[in-house]
Design a protein around this ligand. Structure first.
Ligand SMILES: Cc1cc2nc3c(=O)[nH]c(=O)nc-3n(C[C@H](O)[C@H](O)[C@H](O)COP(=O)(O)OP(=O)(O)OC[C@H]3O[C@@H](n4cnc5c(N)ncnc54)[C@H](O)[C@@H]3O)c2cc1C
Length: 639
């Protein structure tokens, strides 16, 4: 339910004053420049000292901050008196200066600067839109059709871009609704761990009630987007794709799917898999699962009909889902036993559960370009800061595997100190400080609720995995036994295996044959032998050290749209060259081998020990590589 706010034109003086008192100064100062067209603020001595999303004053002294807020109120009134004219676009050089000023940087590397300027999308611009010659689109007509598998965040995004260009497409979705992850994960406590003002499409930052939206807010965002953009009409729901094959004579894909108990078929000029990385629940194959008399469920298949009130519950796992679930469940269940094979590292984030005040929401919704700048300020602290020293293993660094470099050690010490500062019980402390380096597994966001929950008398952390289930309980790997009424698997997802759809490319060769244990692709987007086929958020495109997955998806959709442009305007077939895929894969493997992801066993790797989930690159570099298709990487054919 979105909070209502008073429109700018009807806001009273006191409303404006109290809203401005809650504004983030870097974003407010940028909005002032847009409203006035006067950039002289950038030359004044008072400037943000750091870009931290929750430090609204950005390190500026209280006196200086108050003075700026006063000036902002005056300026907003003047702007209103002028009738809120559209803000004139500012010269590119001014916007670049504003960027370094707002982010409190001396200089920003060219790739990151380019990326951020594109993300900013000021004055309602949409620089990631890929325009396709409308005459070519008309000439191709219905004969050119794209099929997208999956209506999650990625599939919807591509659908939106295709609709913008008037290109025909169909989305096949196995669920009865859009949203993917956010539709499926209904467990209590589920929310984003990336600021919502940056975990949203670049052209539609959304309106959020929380800084880190709970699952219901995120799901509403995607549902509203699909509805408003009329994407829903293009989706076939309850349609599970089972197979797809490339027909060389026609250069078309033939896709078969199950819908309402019937086998159906659809043909496509281009096939895009947007099936996500995290939607095949992983339930450990425990001995005795069939014996246990109580209910069992995976976090991603949460069943509200299972009443956990006053029940003794075993939660298996302490990764991202358990971290959110256990604090949210603690007041409901009688007792919770949390089975931990390995603790997780967590970042202190006091505002993780915070709602956005009505005053700040007013600024976000009504002050010109304020939300765009707040988005960048929210994104920057998590963008590419860990790429390099924090995740790459220094071969000369040895502290027994506790860290991988000097920078990583420093982070370890800081995070361990944060954990220790919250715990008085030495026995509990012993169980919760990880013995592996930060970034070795997914880093979590914490506002103190996790450790406060573990310290409760009715919650017990068992530092052991689960060995087996009995009729009425759980036996831990260390032999200890626990009587419980229900078991919840917070055990994550099958990510190491091949995607659920094992398509057949040229000569009927299957993706599984081509990939084996090591998916070889160019940019994680395209595979030799599989013409006119692309994947979004496929192997080795997850980001665990930078940005968020929507940024990756936008990069990939941009690239796919450029390929579609070529196919609509001048070509019939684009097939990635083996040399390009091999070269990219060689670089990827060598970089991953030197990274922390290859050293710590985690779900980032498959059974063969290959890291298949994440990329090691700076996201700004990946953005640059995916801006345009390089035809040298493809065999391009006209039939
Ligand atoms: C609990 C959770 C929290 C997360 N939090 C964050 C976060 O804070 N920040 C972040 O950056 N990332 C986060 N992620 C990761 C990522 O952002 C999300 O998974 C995101 O939803 C990915 O979008 P997607 O469209 O690529 O995949 P999905 O959301 O998984 O959507 C894929 C869609 O494809 C459909 N599909 C799959 N197979 C078939 C088939 N055979 N036939 C038809 N349809 C099919 C699925 O039903 C689904 O709707 C989180 C993931 C999870 C699970």
């Amino acid at each position: 339910m979105k909070t209502r706010t008073t429109p700018l034109s009807q806001a009273s003086d006191s409303e404006i004053e109290s809203a401005v008192a809650h504004a983030s100064l870097p974003a407010l100062m940028m909005s002032m420049i847009h409203m006035s067209g006067d950039a002289s603020l950038l030359d004044e001595p008072v400037r943000p000292k750091h870009a931290l999303m929750f430090d609204m004053d950005a390190g500026i002294s209280p006196e200086d901050a108050a003075a700026i807020r006063e000036r902002a109120v005056v300026l907003i009134r003047e702007y209103l008196a002028k009738g809120q004219p559209p803000c004139e676009p500012l010269p590119a050089a001014t916007v670049e200066r504003m960027l370094t000023f707002a982010l409190a940087e001396q200089d920003i590397e060219p790739e990151a600067r380019g990326f951020l300027l594109e993300e900013l999308s000021l004055n309602g611009s949409d620089p990631r839109r890929v325009d396709i010659d409308p005459r070519a689109v008309e000439r191709r007509g219905d004969a050119f059709h794209v099929v997208i598998i999956g209506a999650g965040m990625s599939g919807l995004l591509l659908g939106y871009r295709l609709a913008q260009q008037g290109i025909g497409f169909t989305i096949l979705e196995k669920n009865e609704s859009v949203g993917g992850t956010w539709h499926e994960n209904r467990y209590p406590g589920c929310r984003v761990d990336i600021a919502s003002y940056s975990y949203s499409y670049s052209f539609e930052e959304g309106e959020w009630d929380h800084y880190f939206g709970p699952r219901s807010e995120v799901q509403s965002y995607f549902e509203d987007f699909a509805e408003q953009q009329k994407l829903v009409d293009r989706i076939r729901f309850d349609a599970t794709v089972e197979d797809a094959r490339y027909e060389e004579e026609t250069s078309e894909w033939v896709i078969s799917y199950q819908q309402a108990g019937s086998q159906r078929e659809i043909r496509a000029s281009v096939l895009v898999s947007a099936i996500g990385l995290l939607n095949r629940s992983k339930i450990p194959d425990l001995e005795g699962r069939e014996l246990f008399r109580g209910p069992q469920m995976h976090t991603a298949q949460w069943d509200d009909a299972i009443d956990l009130r006053n029940k003794r519950v075993a939660v298996v796992g302490t990764g991202a889902s358990a971290f959110q679930l256990v604090p949210a469940l603690a007041d409901t269940a009688e007792r919770i036993f949390v089975f931990q094979r390995r603790p997780s590292w967590m970042f202190p984030n006091p505002e993780y559960h915070a709602s956005i005040s009505g005053e700040h929401q007013w600024c976000l919704r009504h002050l010109p370009e304020y939300a765009r700048w707040f988005r960048i300020v929210s994104m920057w602290p998590q963008f590419d800061k860990a790429a390099g020293d924090l995740i790459m293993v220094d071969p000369d660094w040895d502290d027994g595997g506790a860290s991988c470099s000097r920078a990583n050690r420093q982070m370890r010490d800081d995070l361990a100190a944060y954990i220790s500062s919250q715990v008085d019980d030495p026995e509990l402390l012993d169980k919760i400080v990880p013995d592996y380096p930060p970034f070795g597994t997914r880093m979590l966001q914490d506002n103190g609720t996790w450790l406060a929950t573990l310290a409760r008398h009715d919650v017990e952390l068992v530092p052991s995995g689960v060995a087996r289930l009995t009729e009425d309980g759980v036996v831990a790997s260390d032999g200890s036994e626990f009587e419980v009424d229900a078991v919840v698997y917070a055990t994550g997802f099958e990510v190491g295996r091949l995607p659920a759809i094992d398509v057949a490319g040229r000569n009927g060769v299957r993706l599984s044959q081509t990939w084996g244990d090591e998916p070889k692709m160019h940019l994680g987007l395209t595979v030799p032998g599989f013409p006119n086929f692309f994947t979004i958020v496929g192997p080795n495109t997850g980001v665990l050290h930078s940005g968020n997955l929507i940024i990756v998806s936008e990069c990939q959709v941009n690239y796919i749209m450029d390929a579609i442009r070529l196919l609509v305007e001048e070509l019939d077939e684009l097939e990635c060259r083996s040399a390009s895929a091999d070269a990219y894969h060689a670089r990827l493997s060598s970089e991953l081998d030197r990274s922390i992801f290859a050293r710590v066993p985690s779900y980032f790797s498959n059974d063969a020990g290959k890291v298949v989930v994440c990329m090691p690159w700076k996201l700004a570099d990946y953005w640059k590589w995916t801006r345009r298709v390089d035809l040298d990487d493809f065999e391009a054919r006209r039939l």
